[in-house]
Design a protein around this ligand. Sequence first.
Ligand SMILES: Nc1ncnc2c1ncn2[C@@H]1O[C@H](COP(=O)(O)OP(=O)(O)OP(=O)(O)O)[C@@H](O)[C@H]1O
Length: 769
Amino acid sequence: AAADPGDSTQRSGGKPRGRRHPDQFTSELWTELNSLAGCSESEDGQKGAKGGAPEVSLEEALMRLAEFLSLQLGAEESCGTPSDPGKPGEVPPLLTVTSQLLALLAWTRSPRGRQVLLQGTQPACPVQPSNLDGSLSQEESSSQPTPILDEVPGDETQEHQPPQLEEEQRAWQRLEQLILGQLEELRQQLEQQEEELSRLRLGVGVTDSEKRVQHLTLENEVLKQSLSLAQDLLLRWGPGPLARAQQEEAGALLELQDQLQEAQDTTEALRAQLGVQEMQLQGLRGALQQLQQETEQNCRQELQQVHGQLAGLRARMASLRQGCGDLRGLVSTFTQSCQGSLSEAQGQVSWALGALSAGGARTQLSEGQQGPPTGCAGRLLELKGNIRVLCRVRPAEGIPSSLVSMEPGQGGTITTCYRGRQHRFRLDWVFPPDASQEEVFRQLEPAVLSCLQGYSVCIFTYGQTGTGKTYSMEGPPEDPGIAPRALQLLFREMGTGGHHHVTLSMVEIYNEAVRDLLATGPPERLVVRQGPAGQGGIQVTGLTHWDVPNLETLHQMLSLGRSNRATAATVMNQHSSRSHALVTLTLRAASPSCAQGITGTLHLVDLAGSERVWKAGVASTLQRDPNGARRLREAQSINRSLLALGGVMAALRARRPHVPFRDSQLTRLLQPALGAGTTAVLLLQISTRTEDLGETICSLKFAQRVGQVELGPARRRRAPRSGTPSSLSTDTPLTGTSCTPTPSPGSPPSPGPNSCSGLTLEPPGDLPP
Ligand SMILES: Nc1ncnc2c1ncn2[C@@H]1O[C@H](COP(=O)(O)OP(=O)(O)OP(=O)(O)O)[C@@H](O)[C@H]1O
């Protein structure tokens, strides 16, 4: 159409073509198109003539295609660079390719092409591809087969088909290669043209308006891109910038809130962990503290155990030492005893010889009866010579406590359970609550009788207030206690022969003041002092010694002394003895033929109650009782003196060189009774009441300590040959006032201070000041 514009106009049906058709096509292409069109028309025309169907011919199709292409090219060129019509090779590559495609299409619609296609072989291109400029190369021209435009008969075609097919295949391959090459070139040219187009659009050959249009186009494109970007952003980020900002802020705020919440959650979690760790730490601290306490407690317990074991070892060691010392003492004592017995036997022999020489056989017999005892009992008493501890349990007023149990009898025990700890005390003898006064005295009888043999015996009762000390010592008239029974026994043993001079003294220690309970006048405070050097013992200035001719007089005097004794009502005992009472009975052989008679002494001591001050209720009555202060002072004094007695016992037990007898008036007066060679019997009175348990244990401990005291073997005393009352043995206690025997044994003093007129009391003129 480009080569023949007139035909093209005619064939295009007078329709206006594009503004810029290509001015020329390659002649070969056009020829081939025409030939194809002719073939098609020859076939299709016959069909059309025969059938008369209004089919579009290939030419028409080509024309339409060309028109379409021209329109496309025009549209393309309107935006691109105007081509130069006089310039060969400026044919748009698209047209070239299109022409090739059209040629191929025409061939496929040709009979040969159809035949080839029907035979299933590859089609052979009947057209020769052309270069862009429409000229074939020499080589290709020479090898280019001649197009077969006429229809070949079937048989001949069958015969010549193989070589033709080969040629067509080769042509087709070349065409294909050519098309591929042209397509590649087309692509390159397109790229070049697009580059050039863009360059030209921005540069040369473009008017200001076009440039403006181009710029505007570019700006438009940029704006479009911006718009699409904005739309994308809008779609992505929200409806508007402000809202987005708010939303961003809200988002940021939410994010911050989330972070804050997260931080708070983290803080809470950390706090919870911290709390747990603090609790764990607290628990560990508590466990550590508990462990420390347990460790400390265990250490203390172990330390206490070690201390206890150490104390036990020390006590055992001291006991062993003491036992060793006792054995030594026994050995030496036995030797001394043997010597003493020998000398005593010599004395008895000489005494008997003297009696015989005096010619009194009856007298000899009588004096022989008064002689020193013989036999195992006396020897045992001499060898033992220490303190015996007896314990008497007071009958319970109510139900007896189960916390105190006992094994009565000789070597009996008292077992207490106090504050979870058990204490067991072994004593020389334990009297059960139902023991009678007679049973008690029976155990004291040998000691009492030994006084007649010249021994010094001290029997004292010790214990808490109300436990029966006075009861045991004095006893009621219908059931007399130790003192009446002892005196009765002694007088019975002495008989009525008048061979003994019996003197009695009775003092009390009240608030550390020594008072004579048998004084004729008002009781005065006596002075206790040490005896003259070399004589030993003590002297009590102003103390009266009464000669006791018979038992009746003795009882009367004892009643007198008892009535003078200080008593008071305490919470624990309505008739509590608030003083220590000491009764001393001196038995001196009074035979004129016995110049060197023996002198025995019996000390009966009723100690005051050993209860604690607060327990006596004295302190509690200080505010109400006007005599409360006095009661308190009494209790303090009693306790102080008993404490001094304990100190003396401890020193004696430990065999210390110094025994603190001077610590109290009680120990001072008891010094002769607790001296070497004396016999002492402690009668401990205890209560089984639960509330008295502590005091009972204290008393038992004291008694146990006393029982460990060694006083050495008992020794008998001898009176000087002069035999005057004032020349008593220096060991004799309470030697202060000389006494004159009553003129007649049958005239005892009547009880009471005013009834002493019958007695001749010698004033203490011969006593040292
Ligand atoms: N074995 C006993 N049998 C019967 N009654 C007893 C016995 N022991 C003590 N009693 C009675 O208990 C009471 C108190 O006794 P007692 O006065 O002898 O005690 P005490 O230890 O001397 O007191 P204090 O130390 O205060 O003088 C008395 O009424 C006494 O009769």
